[in-house]
Ligand binder design. Structure first.
Ligand SMILES: *Cc1c(COP(=O)(O)O)cnc(C)c1O
Length: 478
């Protein structure tokens, strides 16, 4: 009965397990033929796996001898290497219904802009070279004229983002002096951008006027003195006051400032060139309207409602813009050639006003009719209903999309979502599995249901999204 002894399973001791771990060179030999990846990367992965196994054994974690076999180690290596070689920057499916989603990259650039980016990235260009004179040129001249023609402004400048734009304008025109702002506009925008803090950093002194809910023209007039540098109006972007409220219209501020020879600046936040009210959104002043109202300087983002690359656009009266351009801080905040290339392409699309709701993805998504979103939702439903039967209840329901980016916070756009109610796992688990899929899917959870708002999913993404959903419920593929 010699068999008997062998049948008693004796767990290997720590020492025995440690001896089973291959040496670095041995492990490298095992995987040498399986990959073309750079040796440095392969070595790094091999070392980290060996170290991890060693620590697990020393830490008393249950490690089976089989997990240290050549086969298991090579399989683990393949998995880790693939993860290591995959870019950190990943494409995701945005099923949140938030169109200008700051965490998911805000605006999507149209083909025309992408073509410019590729060209400018791979070839030399006239970025700062005047082709007429053969002399050094200004990078801003590539977009300044376009911005002025589109908005009616006298002059323009573009910096890294709108936060930088606000900082730069305040530092140039108001450092060491007072800036008057309504208490109702001392907002915090996402990502720790707070007007009082930005003001302090710029060296300007904030003078608050009015009450939280109401500010009158006489409140501004009462605080203007010889040390006042400007009147500032801030778009309250991501919050809305309702009830007994009042703000002073821009035109009245401009008239008041004019009496004292002071400039008025508006931080418009989103900054839109087109009226979105015909799509059921609240009427917001367009950049052109703000310029026409006589504002001296207006700033806004390039990648919110404008639908372009990240940038902070500064427009206004020539005398002020020239001063801002000369501020050494401007050099530190300057935009790169990719931003300029993307921005120029976007601006050119705005000249064809009739078509911007088709050519600019942000505007196309915002203006999409509920019926169009519904058709996309039904297409996804048809693709997944059968494969998911028994795993998940799948329906299509009414939801509300959001503009995002701090624009029009109260406004929902009537939309349609594919709704998943998993039968055997929790909604939270489903969310996690989809988020960590090879093509990550980001949806939202509402009342224990997982929603995919189809407004922010492109037609070309529906088939891939269906595969992600099927794989999520297919144990073999996970
Ligand atoms: C979004 C926003 C900013 C910041 O703009 P970024 O381009 O994100 O830097 C500043 N002010 C207002 C009112 C905003 O809505």
């Amino acid at each position: 009965m010699p068999e008997k002894k062998n049948k008693t399973v004796v767990a290997p001791s720590r020492q025995e397990l440690l001896r089973l771990i291959p040496k670095v060179d041995e492990f490298l030999d095992w995987v040498a033929d399986s990959t073309q990846a750079p040796r440095l990367v392969v070595k790094g992965v091999v070392r980290s796996i060996l170290e991890e196994r060693r620590q697990a054994i020393l830490g008393g974690e249950p490690v089976a001898a089989a997990e240290l076999s050549r086969e298991a180690m090579v399989a683990l290596f393949a998995e880790r290497l693939a993860r290591k070689l995959a870019p950190n920057f990943r494409t995701v499916i945005n099923g949140t219904g938030v169109v200008v989603h700051t965490n998911l990259g805000r605006s999507l650039l149209p083909e025309a802009a992408m073509a410019m980016l590729l060209q400018v990235g791979a070839r030399y260009s006239n970025l700062e070279f005047d082709l007429e004179t053969g002399k050094r040129g200004s990078r801003y001249s590539l977009v300044e004229e376009l911005l002025c023609e589109l908005t009616g402004a006298e002059a323009a400048l573009v910096v890294n983002n709108n936060a930088a734009a606000v900082m730069l304008v305040l530092e140039t025109l108001a450092a060491g002096r007072e800036v008057v702002v309504s208490r109702g506009q001392l907002v915090e925008i996402g990502g720790s951008f707070r007007i009082p803090d930005v003001m302090a950093k710029s060296g300007a002194t904030l003078v608050e006027v009015g009450a939280t809910n109401r500010t009158h023209l006489r409140d501004y007039r009462a605080v203007i003195n010889e040390n006042t540098a400007m009147l500032l109006k801030v778009h309250t972007s991501n919050f809305k006051m309702i009830g007994f409220t009042s703000e002073v219209p821009l035109g009245e501020l401009v008239a008041l400032a004019g009496e004292f020879g002071l400039p008025v600046m508006e931080d418009l936040g989103s900054g839109c060139f087109v009226d979105l009210s015909r799509f059921g959104l609240a009427k917001e002043p367009t950049v052109q309207e703000v310029v026409a109202a006589g504002v001296d300087v207006v700033t806004f983002s390039g990648d919110k409602l404008l639908g372009g690359p990240q940038a902070g656009v500064i427009l206004g009266k020539r005398s002020y813009i020239e001063k801002i351009k000369k501020n050494p801080m401007n050099r530190a905040l300057r935009i790169d050639k990719f931003t300029l290339a993307g921005l120029e392409a976007i601006l050119r699309l705005y000249f064809d006003e009739e078509n911007v709701f088709a050519t600019i993805p942000t505007l196309a998504m915002l203006s999409q009719a509920r019926e169009v979103v519904d058709r996309r939702a039904k297409r996804l439903l048809r693709l997944i209903r059968q494969p998911l039967a028994g795993h998940c209840r799948v329906t299509v329901a009414d939801v509300e999309s959001r503009v995002g980016g701090g624009a029009l916070p109260e406004q929902g756009l009537p939309s349609r979502a594919v709704v998943l109610e998993p039968l055997a796992v929790s909604v939270g688990q489903l969310e996690g599995v989809l988020r960590s899929a090879p093509l990550p899917v980001i949806g939202r959870i509402e009342a224990e249901r997982y929603l995919l708002d189809m407004r922010t999913v492109a037609d070309g993404e529906v088939a891939a999204l269906a595969r992600c959903l099927c794989d999520a419920f297919d144990g073999r593929k996970r």
